[in-house]
Design a binder for this molecule. Structure first.
Ligand code: AMP
Length: 566
């Protein structure tokens, strides 16, 4: 019986199985190892999962849901069309899609799984992840910490007793560092630290700024398509710079006067401040674990953005050794989950000590947004307890009245990482009375205390009167009864999956259309012929011919894409 090892990621998910003595990645129906963790509805109300849902997110955000992993273990819901869905429900749709694709490829039913979770996930979030698996019809054999999975992919669990290593994970939007130790069959996460506002996207933003400054183009004067074009071209350039010294940028936008070139050292200079932010969590984790860089036996890289040369050399400098990076950083976690699945099948699974003594998300409140007189953006998020703070933790911040004669202050309690509270999860609120006075003359002390059980206590003191207010918030999602689970499964079953074959065809057509939009001259004509030919094969509805044409079409597109760089 095959057990599926699954990396259920915030942006992408992937899976692997243990076969012929090794962990083997399983491609999805498009032949990709990565499936975007995005779900959406098409024009017929049918369910899309992965690549297509991600594309649809741009044009129809109200019909799509993404980044739901951030809300695992909370009551937060996202709307798909007319219905609301919780994070476990949305994750279940992704898991179901992975399961179906694996079953098609393997030709057998898969019912068991090992799923990876961030090391800092608390009990509630872990329960919610298990629930997602169950809703997808999977028996979740066990959960594995992501850094543990990455370490296993590198075979670190086979190293001598007492080995210590660091797993550094730089994704699109977050940075996580974990220090692990291996002893008697147990991999323990010793310390973890991170920066939830730092990732590959910030490096891209730095490039966009460089481009705008160099060309003198005003970003506000660009339309939506141009902004998209700018970001996608520079994203490709950024990736290319991981393997070459220089990238030529032909005319990205009509406003650009001449071709320019981007050198790796220019890029490196522009990202200095981001690099220095990487050092902080690394140092903190080392401090917390009370070890020095030279005590580490290995450093493992996870996450697409660790492919950047400048990042690798910085890590190499800090640790005086080259990091372990011969596996694809986007897929190491899935590969490790595949290994754990193999061990589990042999009843020899590795134990994995869970680190739950950190607060998994930033907790804060909303404050007046001075730059938003129209109130379009809503309040700004003021972090009070930062994510990954070691618990128990208690922090106080002082807030001031913003209008003359203000008699009340409403303190909204949020969890999340976004700058705007409207993108975060509201946990509760507490209204306090303050004496009428000039704006800014009255203040309140807002204290957040978070404990081991995931309880958040909010105390507010009105400083001029000494009056105290208090509320308690408990996270309690994920504890559904058997009958609740059955009901939820039924709800998910009413969503009809979009016919899978058709999705592959649409993906190809979409890819070709996009290439057509950015190509010129002969290349464009060629693409147009290819598109017409493929469409005519589709009309013929002969499945065998369609399969052949898919393969050919895909290869031709690969060739065309490889021909020119920009
Ligand atoms: P992904 O894992 O594809 O979601 O990407 C996460 C982050 O890694 C994104 O910010 C990407 O820009 C970045 N990334 C992926 N591949 C590369 C590469 N070859 N060089 C630099 N950054 C990359």
């Amino acid at each position: 019986m095959t057990i599926l090892g699954i990396d259920l990621g915030t942006t992408n998910s992937a899976c692997a199985i243990w076969r012929d003595g090794k962990s083997e990645l399983i491609p999805n129906r498009f032949g990709d190892f990565l499936t975007p963790s995005v779900v959406g509805l098409d024009d017929n109300g049918e369910l899309l999962v992965g690549k297509f849902a991600k594309q649809r997110l741009l044009s129809h955000p109200h019909l799509c849901a993404s980044v739901f992993k951030r809300y695992m273990g909370t009551d937060n819901q996202q709307t798909l069309g007319k219905k609301n869905f919780t994070s476990p429900e949305l994750s279940a749709l992704v898991l179901k899609s992975l399961k179906q694709d694996a079953e098609t490829l393997l030709g057998e039913t898969v019912i068991e799984a090992v799923i990876s979770v961030p090391a800092y996930f608390n009990d509630v979030q872990r329960k919610a992840t298990r629930l997602a698996g169950e809703l997808a019809g999977l028996k979740v054999e066990r959960l594995i910490n992501e850094p543990t999975a990455a370490a296993m992919a590198y075979g670190l669990h086979e190293k001598p007793e007492g080995s210590r290593f660091m797993v550094v994970d730089l994704g699109g939007g977050t940075f996580d560092v974990s220090i692990m130790e291996y002893f008697s069959g147990v991999l323990e996460v010793h310390a973890s630290a991170g920066d939830n506002f730092l990732g590959g996207e910030d490096f891209l933003e730095a490039l966009v700024q460089w481009y705008l400054e160099l060309t003198g183009i005003d970003k506000n004067a660009l339309n939506r398509v141009q902004v998209q074009q700018l970001y996608s071209t520079l994203e490709q350039a950024k990736r290319k710079l991981s393997s070459v010294e220089e990238v030529k940028l032909d005319l990205i936008l009509p406003q650009q006067k001449e071709p320019i070139s981007l050198r790796r050292d220019t890029f490196n200079q522009r990202v200095q401040s981001l690099l220095s932010r990487i050092q902080l969590p690394v140092e903190r984790a080392l401090n917390d674990a009370d070890i020095s860089p030279t005590d580490l036996d290995d450093v493992v890289l996870v996450g697409g953005a660790t492919r950047m040369q400048i990042f690798r050399s910085m890590i190499a400098r800090m640790f005086r050794r080259m990091p372990a990076a011969n596996l694809d950083p986007d897929l190491v976690v899935a590969m490790g989950a595949g290994i754990q699945a193999g061990l589990k099948a042999k009843d020899a699974a590795l134990d994995d000590i869970v680190l739950t003594d950190v607060c998994p998300y930033t907790l804060g409140t909303g404050i007046h947004n001075e730059n938003d007189p129209g109130g379009k953006q809503g309040t700004l998020f003021l972090p009070i307890i930062e994510r990954n703070s070691v618990v128990p933790v208690s922090i106080v911040k002082t807030l001031y009245t913003v209008t003359d004669n203000q008699s009340r202050v409403l303190v909204d309690i949020y969890q999340g990482e976004s700058r705007l509270t409207r993108n975060n999860v509201k946990l509760g609120e507490l209204e306090v009375k303050v004496p009428k006075n000039k704006a800014g003359a009255e203040s309140i002390d807002v204290r957040y205390s978070y404990d081991m059980n995931g309880l958040l206590e909010v105390d507010i003191k009105v400083n001029s009167t000494g009056e105290v207010f208090n509320t308690m918030i408990k996270n309690n999602a994920g504890n559904l009864s058997e009958s609740d689970i059955a009901k939820t499964r039924e709800k998910l079953a009413t969503l009809k999956f979009h016919p899978r074959e058709d999705e592959v065809n649409r993906a190809l057509l979409h890819r070709a259309e996009r290439m057509f939009e950015s190509a010129l001259g002969e290349k464009r004509e060629h693409l147009s012929h290819l598109l017409q030919h493929f469409e005519s094969v589709l009309e013929g509805q002969n499945q065998h011919e369609i399969k052949l044409a898919q393969k050919r079409f895909d290869e031709m597109l690969d060739e065309l894409e490889g021909e020119h760089w920009f």
